[in-house]
Ligand binder design. Sequence first.
Ligand SMILES: [Zn+2]
Length: 227
Amino acid sequence: MFKLYLDPGHGGSDTGTVGNGLQEKNLTLDIALRIRNLLVNNYPDIKVMMSRTSDVARSLEERTDEANAWGADYYLSIHINGYNGSVNGYEDFIHNSLSNASETAEYRDIIHEEVMKVNNLFDRGRKKANFHVLRETKMPALLTENGFIDNDSDAAKLKDPNWLQKVAQGHVNGLVKVFDLKSNPQQDIHRVIVDGVQVGSYAENQNVLEEVRRHLKTAKTIVVEKV
Ligand SMILES: [Zn+2]
């Protein structure tokens, strides 16, 4: 069981950086929720704990204390950058005490590559910093800065839900590679045959049951057959 602590930056009264009608706290939550959904819907052996799932303020200490107490295997913090409008691109950070040969750096290299494959942003590189969430976490930790909110070109991407989904998928692709996550096995397909006529075939159990319910009153025979 892989335990991911997923940390959307900022929240509540702390908006993070702002620009082009956007607030960092909303974008970090949007991307993080997409990452969580992709992971929990497609990978069975994973637990995701989030520092927040709504627009609330949480201190940095609360976030790292929670991840440490839970015994997370990995800490992933999602952020959006801001500067003076003329700077753009993606960058990520590990703690500045770590060498490039460390496990944390190795993990970061893989996630960096997977995120860069899909985000269509300028690559500002792999960086190190003495940020609280990187320093106070007992597990490997990464902080990603996904574009500049006050840069017109990056902001246009940040306003596009399809782009946000791609960025989430990029993070997931990196995590899948680093932690060798196995996706759900292919679901069985069931045919529903009513009075000798196939009325549908479905991968979702719920859809099979609904089809049966639709015909239950009028049918003489209903056969559910695994393909
Ligand atoms: Zn931030």
